[in-house]
Write a protein that binds this ligand. Structure first.
Ligand code: BES
Ligand code: ZN
Ligand code: ZN
Length: 497
């Protein structure tokens, strides 16, 4: 969706009118509306037929021309940036053929941040994954453009803010495209090739692919074990933004299982198709790099995605196998369906040893247990640094993407390092706390900074997005499918904006 700014009062196409609860007449600032439409709106407001409850919409077609969509912002004192973002998304969700393709939004009493957030909500929600729909409905085909009317003095700042929001939205939509892509077309090397192609458009971005043969040579035993049973072989993809910058930098790592059958520990058949989203972590990381690159972020950021397809096969790993990961630590593989942690063990180790991370954040659709704990409402968030965990939690709150603090307890680490025959085991000893034991396992593969007495584990956070990357029905920015969650959280964390 194209969003432009205008300092005029003209209304082009459908007027979109954000209103607070309790407003009984059209605000004076709104000009240029056909007289009959204006009186229709005033009547609806005076009669209390439109109460402007948050995200409620009403469409009015003027008897003598003009159309309007009223959109509720809820109570004035509660109308923060989140309310505006959701209202913007609700407008797009309610757009039908009758509204046409052009919208003009006229705010009153909205500051720059709220107007930007409304535009962001419109852009985020204006998404459809219709690549494979050959007979598309006409309604879905309407390409929306929106114009925001604002004061002359605000145009430059608002225009810059909306351009930046559009860049970030392009990252969210890229994450969603990758997540929604069917698994016959989204396999490890296909993801890698998309990354290479993407990088060509930026001078300050580099993409490196560690293919199957190289992964074997380097000793990436986790990645290799998970991916070897598939004819689509595993790979690692490394994205570098502004690589010529010196010093410490943020580091992202993503789980990229392009399809998770469970392997020899085969999953039940029901809803197995959903396991195409098991590369949601890698999509989050890729989307974040796009958001940062396209918004012109000048700092260095490196991201690693660990790509594999988890298949049952004659040459697949077995429950009972012991593998040696890139760190040199061994893992007793007690369940081949706990594969995300295996590929991440190599990604985390590489991130901490080959780069200079200020911190590492990993993203993974890691456990069903996390969905049991938090539903689809919040991402599970673990960290070895309480302050860092709080920073991520707050960055998430700032952009309306909840990440909930979860415990990284020594008892869980003990459980995961309690194998009788190897350094670690990939399965907890019991049924309970599965999201926490998974996080505790990952922690074993985060390297230290420094040596000897000065050694300290690199600041690290783990985000389990199993419940929030899809199936999140209450996420107003999304109709269905992959959500693209946490691209905006990461942009906020990294850029501070
Ligand atoms: N990809 C799944 C986790 C998952 C489950 C994501 C449901 C989204 C929805 C992961 O690889 C997995 O299978 N985890 C197992 C771990 C278990 C075997 C310890 C799980 O959660 O059941
Ligand atoms: Zn699995
Ligand atoms: Zn998985």
């Amino acid at each position: 969706m194209q969003v432009t700014i205008s300092s005029g009062n003209n209304i082009n196409g459908t007027l979109v009118l954000p209103l607070f609860e309790g407003e009984e007449a059209l605000p004076e600032i709104v000009e240029g509306i056909p007289t009959t439409l204006k009186s229709q709106i005033n009547r609806v407001l005076a009669d209390g037929d439109f109460k402007a409850k948050a995200n409620a919409t009403m469409t009015l077609v003027g008897t003598e021309g003009g159309k309007a969509m009223l959109i509720g912002l809820g109570k004035t004192d509660k109308a923060d940036v989140h309310a505006y973002r959701e209202a913007g998304a609700s407008v797009v969700a309610s757009c039908k053929k009758v509204h046409g393709s052009d919208l003009t939004v006229v705010f009153h009493d909205a500051d720059l941040a709220c107007m930007t957030s409304f535009a962001e909500g419109m852009m985020l929600r204006d998404y459809a994954y219709d690549l494979y729909k050959k007979n598309d409905d006409e309604d879905d085909d309407i390409k929306l453009s929106a114009r925001i009317n604002c004061n002359e003095g605000d145009t430059t700042a608002l225009s810059a803010a909306i351009d930046r929001a559009a860049s970030i939205v392009s990252g969210v939509h890229l994450s969603r495209d990758l997540g929604n892509c069917p698994p016959n077309d989204m396999y490890p090397m296909a993801f890698a090739e998309k990354a290479e192609l993407w990088a060509k458009q930026y001078d300050n971005v580099k993409v490196e692919i560690i293919d199957y043969e190289a992964a074997k040579r380097h000793g990436m035993g986790g990645l290799v074990a998970v991916g070897m049973g598939s004819s689509r072989k595993p790979c690692m993809v490394i994205f570098t933004l502004n690589g010529d910058q010196k010093g410490q930098h943020p580091m992202l790592v993503g789980k990229g299982i392009t399809f998770d059958t469970g392997g020899i520990s085969l999953k039940p058949g029901a809803n197995m198709d959903e396991m195409k989203y098991d590369m949601g972590g890698s999509a989050t990381v890729f989307g974040t790099m796009e958001a940062l690159a396209s918004s012109g972020y000048p700092g260095k950021v490196v991201a690693i995605t660990c790509m594999a397809e988890n298949m049952p096969a004659a040459n697949a790993q077995r429950p009972g196998d012991v593998i040696t990961t890139l760190s040199g630590k061994t893992v007793e593989v007690l369940n081949t369906d706990a594969e995300g942690r295996l590929v991440l063990s190599d990604g985390l180790w590489k991130a901490g040893t080959d780069y200079e991370p200020e911190y590492i954040v990993d993203f993974a659709t890691l456990t069903g247990a996390c969905v049991v704990a938090l539903g689809h409402e919040a991402t599970g968030l673990w960290s070895n640094d309480d302050d860092f965990r709080t920073r991520i939690h707050e960055a998430g709150n700032d952009v309306g993407e909840l990440a909930w603090p979860m415990p990284l307890l020594p008892a869980f680490e003990k459980e995961m390092t309690g194998s009788k025959i190897a350094d670690t085991r990939n399965l907890g000893a019991g049924r309970y706390g599965g999201a926490n034991t998974a996080a505790a396992f990952l922690k074993q593969f985060v390297p230290n900074r420094g040596e000897g007495d000065d050694a300290e584990q690199i600041t690290w956070a783990h985000m389990d997005i199993a419940g929030t990357y899809w199936g999140a029905k209450t996420n107003k920015m999304v109709n269905h499918g992959a959500t693209g969650v946490h691209v905006r959280t990461m942009v906020r964390l990294i850029t501070g904006e």
